[in-house]
Design a protein around this ligand. Structure first.
Ligand code: SIN
Length: 326
């Protein structure tokens, strides 16, 4: 069997960062370019042919539509290229779950698309970057990785984009899946899937958006006053994601200004600020015109809501069906 050809699209993050010394508690992203990343990966002798494109070289806290667009374009081109078997995207870990869901919803599932990062810079003691990259090569070169949507490989585990979330600020075991845990285990020499691909032959669920509708996240805290709804929203607001307490709850006085937004055509989604927060539809959602984010955390619910609004979907049942989808 021929060696898989893998296109690596680099965006920066700690996997491309250096701390400068073993004791400095700091790191600078964008220190390692795609050529050096590819050279380091090639030296691992993984039996794959790698080619690369530098899309950006920044920390993922600075990633948004300006980077998402060229990244999406380059991924679409790589999927269409018959010489490419799989795609790896290197990315900072802080917002990788948002980019992963966005790409998951806007790409076909024909070829493996694997996102990977690192928690420790390349020159840190116990750096995880090269191992994660080797694991990503193992996954992206595996035909069985197609049909599972966009994947995230971190800490010897493979996660589906819809489930993955960063749950720790430090340590190499910083990612979890919710409600599904990891869907596979990987090392540079072995890959085990916990089940068969479930999205074989899927086309992209959404077209690439021509606009990014204004959708703020409203965090709920004990004692929040209803005025905050007005402070966060304006005439251009098209949606609001409530990062509620518990199962997407909020103090009762907030419901009135949110109902007024709904009456203006603004979509209001109840999500939870809790890491493993499942928010089901409740009778109050029918009464208030709200949507329930189900298993999506607030930043991911925001991405899905932006895509729905940008595609002109306004029917509440159709919107809710996209949040319910697994
Ligand atoms: C980032 O998200 O770019 C910084 C943190 C990381 O990559 O781990």
């Amino acid at each position: 069997m021929k060696n898989p050809c893998i296109r690596v699209l680099a965006t920066g993050g700690t996997i491309a960062g250096k701390a400068g010394s073993a004791t400095r508690h700091a790191y600078v992203p964008g220190q390692i370019g795609i050529d050096d990343l590819l050279a380091a990966a090639a030296a691992l002798d993984m039996g794959a042919a790698l080619s690369g494109v530098q899309i950006a070289n920044i920390g993922s806290e600075d990633i948004g539509p300006a980077v998402w667009s060229p990244l999406h374009k380059a991924t679409v081109a790589a999927i269409a290229d018959p010489a490419v078997d799989g795609i790896i995207i290197t990315h900072g870990t802080d917002t990788v779950e948002e980019t992963a869901l966005l790409l998951d919803l806007t790409l076909p599932t024909a070829k493996p698309v694997v996102m990977v990062g690192a928690m420790r810079p390349a020159d840190a003691v116990g750096s995880d970057g090269l191992r994660n990259l080797a694991n990503a090569v193992r996954v992206a070169g595996n035909p069985d990785a197609a049909g599972r949507g966009v994947l995230v490989v971190m800490g010897d585990r493979v996660f589906a984009a819809r489930d993955v979330r960063k749950v720790r600020t430090r340590g190499t075991d910083a990612f979890r899946g919710f409600p599904r845990e990891s869907i596979g285990l990987v090392t540079p020499s072995a890959l085990d899937w916990f089940g068969a691909p479930w999205r074989t032959g899927d086309a992209a669920r959404f077209d690439w958006p021509r606009e990014w509708p204004e959708v703020p996240i409203l965090p709920i805290w004990a004692g929040i006053e209803p005025e905050y709804v007005g402070r966060l929203t304006g005439p251009d607001t098209r949606g609001v994601v409530v990062a509620g307490v518990g199962e997407g709850n909020m103090p009762d006085p907030l419901r009135q200004p949110l109902r007024e937004l709904v009456a203006r055509g603004v979509a209001v989604v109840r999500a939870s600020r809790i890491d493993e927060g499942l928010v089901d539809r409740e009778p109050e959602d029918d009464a208030n015109g709200f949507l329930a984010a189900r298993a999506l955390n607030p930043p991911k619910a925001r991405i899905l809501l932006q895509l729905l609004l940008a595609s002109g979907v306004s029917d509440r049942a159709a919107m809710q069906a996209e949040f319910d989808r697994r």
